[in-house]
Each structure stands twice: as structure tokens, then as C-alpha cells.
Ligand binder design. Structure first.
Ligand code: WTA
Length: 586
């Protein structure tokens, strides 16, 4: 453990830490987390083995709530043991350090075993969104070159089994049966049986810069970007969680993010456990009564969620909230999109704590800018955390100049020396290099900094769509729909939405022989849903005779966006709802 703090209130802790943390402290924290060999760094060792060695193996690590609220628990020692067994299984299956292990399980206890097992074996943990359809899963599995996939039997059979022939790198599939049932089939093995029969392996002594996890984020081209992180991310994740959430040992921490999102890896898998907390994992979909119940009954002290989820809770009104007002919450925080001041205030009224907005990206690997207890400004993203240097830049091609005037808009840049900064875009060296200029990482977000030093989100500098806190690349959605024979040209843009902030909508011109009309619209929406999955499929489709284009022949997204705003919603065709981090899965 990073040495615990004691005898202070959480907000005092935050301030003491905040005031004292400097660049040197990253190095000190790195030192404190070192192992299993002198000088090495492995997330599984830093999070689990160190606690077991310190005699804290018996403390609660994971509490998993099944769909019918069945409780499953793992102590630190049990999780370390199961992960060590899985590491042996992976090694026996030919996994060597640096190999990718893809994971498609949704939120469940085995996700923890899979992640820490992969890290113990020196492998790269690569979690996937369970609400993606076969198309996006295929492109991600291809890009990752994963040799092993760990999945629930249901998700695998529905979404990946049919792709096996086109995934030559994927040699082994380990499946988790429903309700612990054994798994049968020639194309896969039983995860639980393999883990139970294995002997625990020692944690590999990886180096801080060795790759540890891979997440995908939407790119400005058709394929997603594989954002690679190294083991040193654990240093920033552990400390930022202490700074922002004021974590104390034995706190109960609940992060609602889907495992495909880096928020889950950093703040559901790594940071709370590294700080000696217990995590709550909820396998079910969003249900306000259930969520209030979890907060209260499981005595959650720290809650990390998204603005979309908060807005959804707000919709159910104050009366329901009042029933659950007695709770153990000390800190509630949000990430993924701007958090409006009304939501911050609602937290105070309904739950007894205001929501703290935090800003970061898949690429930064850990929270970089945040409101902390005692230094929060509602509506803003807060201030850079101590140890994080941020700036507002004006960028012209490869030249950047700082914007010094308060409230002037520019691109948010961060000093590249954050220990959790990504180490590669898989297979895109030039793109990775061009993200850094003069030692600054350029985030692609437009922001302004006020005279108090607080940062305010203005928008994206590119065409990314933010829906239910997730970043969707219009290009990936367009590519998915281009496979339908009716589609001649397509442009996908974000349409403002009160609940989800934006929803992807598609404008389509048709090939000869296809007639625009309701039947084709439903067919295309269903096609999109089946191939892209609920997370990426457009919510609306509009037919156009011709696409608005720039003089160089590029689709004019601005014009499409204006059209999208003007189009009335077609309620009948709005498909099942999406929730932040919890896209409904058919
Ligand atoms: C946006 C999320 C406004 C932003 C961990 C960023 C936010 C992108 C906030 C990263 C916030 C994240 N206020 N916008 N507090 N937090 N964003 O990679 O555009 O899925 O660049 O990682 O979400 O999304 P990503």
C-alpha cells in the first residue's frame, strides 16, 4: 500500500495531499508500489500481492451483486490466489509477457480474476464493451491481436463465435458458464474449471514501462484507436484516487462504468483496491431503486458515475431519493461529459453530497483535472491535480502557443510526464507522435480557464460524438452501415439529447433500386443494431437525395448537424434506451 493517512477528515486529507504532492511524489509513490523484484512494477503485485504480504489478505476486496442480487465475495487473498491460478493457465496456453488477453464478460467478479491474472502473467489486459456488436468486436480483436479471449458463454456465442474463422490470432477461448454451469463445446474451454485445477503462478516481474492494458477509443478514421498503457499507470491511478476521492482504507467504493471503458479499469479494478478499499460490482442494468438501494444497503462511501446516470436518477424525482437519504456516502463524483451545476446541487439535496466533476481521457489513463472536496466550482471541471501540469494552447499545424488570457478558448494540453500517459496508439506510430508537441500532450478538447484557474469544457476539436458519456467515432458507425447494399453515402453526426447529451443519427443517400420509406428505415436501423450493437447504432435514420459536401468532396458535417437538430424525433423508431456505461444489450 501507499502509506495510509490517518487521523484526518477526508477533505483535510485531500488538501494535505494536494498541497504536498509534487513531481517527486510520483517517484516516491512509484517506489512504494515497486515489486515483485527490486525496481520492477506490476499492477497485480502493487494492488494485491503487497497487501497479502503485509498480512491484509483477509480483508474484503470485491462484492459482486448478481442480477437477482445474489452476493458473491472475494477477499484480497482469494482474488490474488485465483488470479495466480489463471496466470498459470495463461502461461500454459502459450501466453508470454506482452501478449494480449481480451476479456468480454460485462461487470462481474470473474472480470477481476481475468484482469489480475493477465497482469500476473505479464500479459496485456484488453477489456471489450459487452454492448458492441460483432462488427466493432471484430475490428478490436483484430487490432489487439489477442491470443486468448475470456468471455461469458452467452456473449461469446452471440457475438464472437461466428467470427472465429476470421480471427487467426485468437487461439484460445475460455468461457464462463451461466450461473457457474460447466461449459461444453469444441471451440472453447471452461474458465472456472481451468482456474480451479491450476496451481498458482508467481507474478512476473514486469518493468514500469511494460504494456499492461489496452483500451479502444474512437478515432478520426474508420478504425478505432488502440490506446496502450503501461504498468506505471498504477502509480497515477492510486494517487489520483486518494486526491480526488479522499480514499481511506476499508472504504466501500462503487464505480458504475462498463468494463470496456477505461474508467472501470482505472477506478473499479485498480485504484480502490490499491488503496485498501472494497469495490462493489453490480451486474444488473440501471434501475434507480436498485441503485439507491445499493448505495444505502452496501454502505457505499465513494461513488463514481457519469452525468447521464445522474440525470437519469434525477428524473425519478426527489421523493424516491428521500427514502434513501440516509446513506454512507462521503464523496460522489462523475466523469465523461460536462456536469451541469443543477446536477451538482441535486447530489447535495438528494444524497447529502455534491457531485464532483472530474476530467480525463482514455489517453491520460487517470484523472488529470478535478473538483476535489473543499475546492470545487460547480459547472467547471475543476483544477489540474497536483503533479499535473495543464495549459490552454492555440494550435496551428505543429506549432503551439499558450493562451494566457483568462476565459479565452483553446485546446487543453497536459505535460506528457504523467505516469499514466498512454504509451502507444497500436500500429499508429505517426499518429501517436503527432499527439505530442514540445513535451505537451494535446487532448483534442476545447476548454477555457477562468481567472481562478478552473477549467471549463467548451467542446471537442473534432467530430467525435459524446453519447451517454461515451465517445463514438462517426466513421465507425458509417463504415458499419456502408455494408448494407442500399447505402450509397452516409454521414453520421451527434444530435443533442436531453438525457444522453447526444445521440448518433445517420443521413443516408440510397443506391439505385432502393426506395426511401419506413420499411427500409426499420431494416437499416435493425441492421445497424445487429452489426454495430446497441452502443454504436444510430438512433435515427434520415434519407437525403444528396449529401452536403465541401468543395473537396468531403461530407459537410456541420450542415448535417444543423439538419439533425431541425429533424423531429421519430419516437416510434427510437430503439431501446442506452445508459451511460451501460448500453442495453439485446
Ligand atoms: C470528455 C473518459 C467534459 C472529453 C475517462 C474527453 C469530459 C473525453 C469530461 C474522453 C468532463 C471526459 N467534462 N467532458 N468532466 N470528462 N470528457 O476517452 O471530451 O472515453 O476528451 O475517457 O470525454 O473520453 P474517454
Amino acid at each position: 500500500m501507499v502509506p495510509p493517512m490517518s487521523g484526518q477528515t477526508p477533505s483535510e486529507q485531500c488538501f494535505t495531499d494536494a498541497a504536498s504532492l509534487s513531481k517527486t511524489d510520483w517517484a516516491e509513490a512509484r517506489q512504494a508500489l515497486t515489486g515483485p523484484q527490486p525496481g520492477s512494477l506490476n499492477i497485480a503485485h502493487a494492488v494485491l500481492d503487497r497487501q497479502v504480504a503485509a498480512g491484509r489478505g483477509d480483508r474484503a476486496a470485491v462484492l459482486s451483486l448478481g442480477r437477482r442480487y445474489e452476493k458473491r465475495r472475494l477477499s484480497v487473498a482469494q482474488l490474488a490466489d485465483q488470479a495466480a491460478r489463471l496466470a498459470q493457465v495463461l502461461t500454459r496456453h502459450g501466453i508470454v509477457p506482452g501478449d494480449k488477453v481480451a476479456v468480454l464478460t460485462g461487470r462481474r467478479i470473474e472480470l477481476y480474476v481475468a484482469a489480475f491474472g493477465a497482469w500476473k502473467a505479464g500479459a496485456v489486459f484488453c477489456p471489450l464493451f459487452s454492448a458492441f456488436g460483432p462488427g466493432p468486436l471484430k475490428s478490436r480483436l483484430e487490432l489487439s491481436q489477442a491470443k486468448v479471449l475470456i468471455a461469458t458463454e452467452d456473449l461469446y456465442r452471440r457475438k464472437v463465435a461466428g467470427l472465429r474463422a476470421s480471427l487467426p490470432d485468437l487461439v484460445h477461448v475460455l468461457l464462463i458458464g451461466e450461473d457457474g454451469q460447466p461449459v461444453a463445446g469444441e471451440d472453447a474451454e471452461d474458465f472456472n474449471a481451468l482456474v480451479a485445477a491450476a496451481t498458482p503462478a508467481a507474478t512476473i516481474a514486469t518493468q514500469a514501462e511494460d504494456p499492461a492494458f489496452l483500451h479502444f477509443t474512437s478515432g478520426t478514421t474508420g478504425t478505432p484507436k488502440g490506446v496502450l498503457h503501461s504498468h506505471s499507470a498504477v502509480v497515477a491511478q492510486t494517487l489520483t484516487a486518494r486526491l480526488v476521492f479522499g480514499l481511506q482504507e476499508d472504504d466501500v467504493f462503487w464505480c458504475t462504468a462498463d468494463p470496456g471503458w477505461i474508467t472501470n479499469t482505472a477506478y473499479a479494478l485498480i485504484a480502490p483496491l490499491a488503496n485498501g478499499c472494497q469495490v462493489v460490482v453490480d451486474e444488473a442494468e440501471f434501475d434507480p431503486r436498485r441503485w439507491y438501494g445499493i448505495l444505502k444497503d452496501e454502505k457505499v462511501n465513494v461513488w463514481y458515475t457519469t452525468p447521464t446516470n445522474i440525470r437519469m436518477m434525477m428524473r425519478y424525482g426527489a421523493a424516491l431519493a428521500r427514502v434513501y437519504k440516509e446513506n454512507s456516502l462521503r464523496v460522489a463524483a462523475s466523469v465523461g461529459e460536462p456536469l451541469n451545476p443543477e446536477a451538482v446541487a441535486w447530489g447535495e439535496k438528494a444524497l447529502g453530497v455534491p457531485f464532483l466533476d472530474t476530467w480525463w481521457q482514455t489517453e491520460t489513463g487517470a484523472i488529470a483535472i478535478a473538483n476535489c472536496p473543499g475546492r470545487a466550482k460547480a459547472g467547471s471541471m475543476g483544477m489540474p491535480l497536483p503533479g499535473v501540469e495543464a495549459a490552454v494552447m492555440s494550435r496551428e499545424l505543429t506549432r503551439i502557443t499558450p493562451v494566457d488570457q483568462p476565459d479565452e478558448v483553446g485546446e487543453l494540453a497536459l505535460r506528457a510526464d504523467l505516469p499514466s500517459m498512454f504509451t502507444a496508439y497500436m500500429g499508429e506510430g505517426a499518429h501517436y507522435d503527432s499527439s505530442f508537441v514540445d513535451g505537451w500532450y494535446l487532448t483534442g478538447d476545447l476548454v477555457r480557464r477562468d481567472s481562478d484557474g478552473c477549467y471549463w469544457f467548451v467542446g471537442r476539436a473534432d467530430d467525435m460524438i459524446k453519447s451517454a458519456s461515451h465517445t463514438i467515432g462517426p466513421f465507425e458507425v458509417e463504415c458499419g452501415l456502408m455494408d448494407h447494399p442500399a447505402v450509397a453515402e452516409i454521414g453520421v453526426v451527434g444530435k443533442p439529447d436531453l438525457l444522453l447529451r447526444e445521440v448518433p443519427v445517420a443521413f443516408i443517400s440510397l443506391n439505385p433500386g432502393f426506395e426511401p420509406g419506413e420499411a427500409l428505415r426499420v431494416e437499416l436501423l435493425t441492421f445497424a443494431r445487429q452489426c454495430l450493437g446497441g452502443a454504436l447504432a444510430p438512433r435515427e435514420i434520415h434519407f437525403v437525395d444528396a449529401m452536403p459536401k465541401t468543395t473537396t468532396g468531403k461530407i459537410l458535417r456541420r450542415a448535417l448537424k444543423a439538419k439533425a437538430v431541425a429533424e423531429p424525433e421519430d419516437d416510434e423508431l427510437i430503439l431501446a434506451p442506452v445508459h451511460a456505461g451501460r448500453f442495453d444489450d439485446e
